[in-house]
Design a protein around this ligand. Structure first.
Ligand SMILES: [Zn+2]
Length: 198
């Protein structure tokens, strides 16, 4: 039997997405048997990330700087705003290398069932950014789930009649699909074929 330190490590690893108790035990053993090559660098990296990574106060991205590297990049088009559910969605869009604008991370989707309303997502903050002078297009890239689409339509309605065009990713995104699970080509095609929404 493992000691309490090892049990605690296994217990924490088991809380990671995609890891159950069995794979957590394997991962723990793998780490402990590779102290210099893996365990020590991982521990240092976790500590560093915990100390330095923050949420960007502009877009909601995670980065060691605030504003994040994307918001601070003068080469990114300020007239294009892509709205994603979460940072995983932002990373998925970035992997395609096709989007040259900026992002807004909602941190969730509207859900009557879970009691998530516009205030919980800070929709007003998004609307303020989307209505800023010089904004040409807001691309809604929430997931193709019922809640994701409800959220997109809610935002589109609130932005209707404003200065910026509002579009959504094309239906290359399969129903129920979350951006992060799609391959880069599919996201790229959905972005290229985006359709006006409002
Ligand atoms: Zn940012």
């Amino acid at each position: 039997m493992a000691g309490t330190e090892i049990e605690r490590l296994i217990g924490l690893l088991a809380r990671l997405p995609g890891l159950g108790p069995r794979s957590a035990r394997r991962a723990a053993l793998h780490l402990l048997e590779r102290r210099e090559g893996l365990l020590d660098p991982l521990a240092a990296s976790l500590k560093e990330a915990a100390a330095s990574v923050r949420r960007c106060s502009v877009c909601g991205n995670l980065d060691a700087t605030d504003p994040c590297a994307i918001c601070a990049d003068p080469g990114r088009d300020q007239g294009l705003l892509c709205v994603v559910e979460d940072v995983a969605g932002l990373w998925a869009m970035e992997r395609t290398r096709l989007f040259k604008g900026r992002y807004h991370v909602l941190g969730g989707v509207l859900s009557a069932l879970d009691g998530v309303g516009p205030d919980d997502l800070g929709i007003d903050r998004l609307l303020a950014r989307a209505r800023a002078p010089g904004m040409r297009e807001v691309i809604l890239a929430t997931g193709a789930t019922v809640d994701g689409q409800t959220t997109a339509h809610y935002i589109a309605e609130r932005l209707a009649g404003g200065g910026a065009a509002v579009s959504a990713l094309a239906q290359g995104v399969p129903m129920g699909g979350e951006l992060d699970f799609l391959d880069d080509g599919t996201i790229g095609a959905a972005l290229a074929a985006r359709r006006p929404l409002a």
